[in-house]
Design a protein. Sequence first.
Length: 324
Amino acid sequence: MATTSLPAAPSPEAPRRAGSAPTAASTSSPRDAGQLARKHHKVEPVFWWMTIPTLIVFTLAIPLPAVMGIFYSFTNFIGVGNWRFLGLANYVAMFSDPQIRASYLFTVGFSLVTVVVVNIVSFLLAVGLTGRIRAKVAMRTIFVIPMVISGIVIAYVFQFVFSNAVPAIGQALGIGLLKESLLTNPDLAWLAVVVVTAWQAIPGTLLIYIAGLMSVDEVIYEAADIDGASKFKQLMQLTLPLVSSYVVINTILGFKGFLNAYDIIVGLTAGGPGTSTMSVAMNIVNGLTNGDYAYQMANATVFFIFTLLVSLLQLSLMRGRNKK
């Protein structure tokens, strides 16, 4: 017998679905979405409570005094009292001042020599401390100790060494150059400053070189050994090229740091004999305390521009290496 199928009865919920109210997502306007996004990205009040005091302290401690110092460099201000606007008079006098020129020459020359000494010694030490030697971890700790000692303390210790121990050794061995303290010789006092500054700076540079050397794959050296390359050849043709970026970093950062040399020079030679070891930073500080406020502010402004140019050089060199 043939059967006929009857059409399904419409569900009672069908009309309700068809005529149901639209959801919130379907009726939300762009304005509502924007308000929801702003509410979602609302900055917590604790952010402002932490940021605003920090910005105020930073502004009062660094940018504001710098702007005031640059302004006073165009005046005859001595640090207190009234002042009068002089224009570029301080800058013109500064560039014709032999003491300031001598301080720049000493600072730049001292920085160049020290950065070379520090990088050579640090690199050789890093090669040794990453080699197959015993107790290399303990030796790394020992070599890093000078980095945590105050510069002024190091300077006073070495002042005693150069003034007493070294002359005694020179007299005992009959070495005429060492019979007298280097600190009293205007032609050799800078060597003592280089030695002490390098002694403190080597640990930081050493750590960077150790990190660079440890990032080099040992497979490269194993292949060089198989090819019969000597250790010196591996050092010059493999190690140096592979850590060249670390050499650039240490050289530029070291040079910038040595330009600001102050505490070690103060404790070691106090800028003497005479003014033979007077750095730019020391010259500025001495002038500020002796009533030459505006004049030394002009010196500080020029020195700031000089160090800024060194920083820009650093950025350009690093960008150039990254592109390669």
